[in-house]
Design a protein around this ligand. Structure first.
Ligand SMILES: [Zn+2]
Ligand SMILES: [Zn+2]
Length: 161
């Protein structure tokens, strides 16, 4: 498992990418790192991490319950970063434009958002963003690994459904 590729699409092993952030062994140095690690946290249902990295001004009493409910129907498939503005180690704010593909009830959707991030006391937080969601046609080749990360080829997994 240790050399499993990270779900954030960095092409790095999970252990050398988002895992130290999710395990609180390291804090994200850049807005992009926080963005990636939050996507991975959505994939792996690390709800506490998502709440801890959401800016305190945005917290709602039912955050955890909502994350748990939505996680049952949503499978996150793929993250692609489009554009990053500021958000570097020397900045205190930044934004990351991204596309994230997810599956809900066997239909694929693309979520596009420009997320704002803010750094306070040396820690990056997700502040806000306005997601636009569209239904898309997402195709895999039969020999590709299945989108659901079962470890099986598509033809032996969701292609059969
Ligand atoms: Zn990662
Ligand atoms: Zn599958």
């Amino acid at each position: 498992m240790s050399d499993t590729l990270c779900r954030c699409g960095s092409a790095k092993p999970f252990a050398q990418c988002c895992k130290p952030f999710l395990g609180k062994l390291a804090t994200a140095n850049t807005a992009e790192q926080l963005m990636r690690s939050r996507f991975t946290a959505f994939c792996l249902h690390k709800f506490k991490y998502l709440i801890d990295t959401l800016h305190p001004s945005k917290h709602q009493p039912n955050d955890l319950a909502e994350l748990e409910t939505s996680s049952h129907k949503t499978s996150w498939v793929k993250l692609t970063l489009q554009h990053t503005q500021q958000g570097l180690e020397t900045d205190n704010q930044g934004s990351v434009e991204f596309s994230a593909i997810f599956n809900e009830n066997s239909q694929f959707f693309e979520l596009r958002e420009t997320s704002s991030f803010i750094k306070e006391n040396g820690q990056w937080f997700y502040l806000d963003g306005s997601p636009r969601i569209t239904a898309i046609d997402f195709k895999l080749k039969r020999n590709q690994p299945c989108w659901c990360f079962s470890g099986k080829k598509f033809k032996h997994c969701h292609a059969l459904l």
